[in-house]
Design a protein around this ligand. Structure first.
Ligand code: ZN
Length: 173
């Protein structure tokens, strides 16, 4: 097989989800089923921008909301007891996206494994953090739940993406 982009013959298989794509060792062109290719390019884009691929789809959908600027994102780390979180700022007091995000979250929380909330923090400026609500006691039980919160990341990204295309979301903006 040859790379359709550069003609190079050293293509190597890359496992994605349940399937495979082929990646050109020379130019990096990715070939295979569309959905898988998209996934591979997403992972690559995430790494290039310094995000963990696990949290990147959620970062992307949030960053597209008017007035929201994502400042940091963590995918979480069960071993060290860090839960996933996305930190963002609101530009020019455009809180309409935040309100819609909160409405969206109340719906998503019915499906999610954690209870996701947005906390406001006063740092240099007013900043917000989207994360699963912390238990009052930080213990091993909480640590054990972190993988479930990490699974929620994909659900949140998918549902947010769907919600932003619905009429209630786009009304009056
Ligand atoms: Zn190539």
């Amino acid at each position: 097989m040859r790379c359709v982009e550069c003609g190079n013959e050293s293509l190597h298989p890359v496992a994605v989800d349940q399937g495979f794509v082929s990646e050109c060792a020379l130019c990096g062109h990715v070939d295979g089923p569309g959905e898988l290719v998209e996934r591979v390019l997403d992972v690559r884009e995430a790494r290039e921008r310094g995000f963990d691929p696990l949290v990147y789809p959620l970062v992307k959908v949030l960053a597209e909301l008017p007035g929201i600027r994502v400042t940091a994102a963590m995918a979480g780390d069960p071993e060290h007891g860090f839960s996933p979180a996305v930190q963002f700022e609101i530009a020019d007091r455009r809180f309409d996206s935040l309100v819609k995000l909160l409405v969206s979250l109340t719906m998503i929380n019915r499906e999610a494994r954690g209870r996701w909330v947005v906390e406001a923090e006063l740092q240099r400026d007013l900043c917000f953090v989207l994360k699963p609500r912390l238990s009052p006691r930080f213990d091993d039980e909480w640590k054990a739940r972190i993988p479930a919160f990490q699974e929620d990341l994909a659900l949140l990204a998918r549902r947010m993406r769907q919600n932003t295309s619905l009429s209630w979301w786009n009304k009056g903006s």
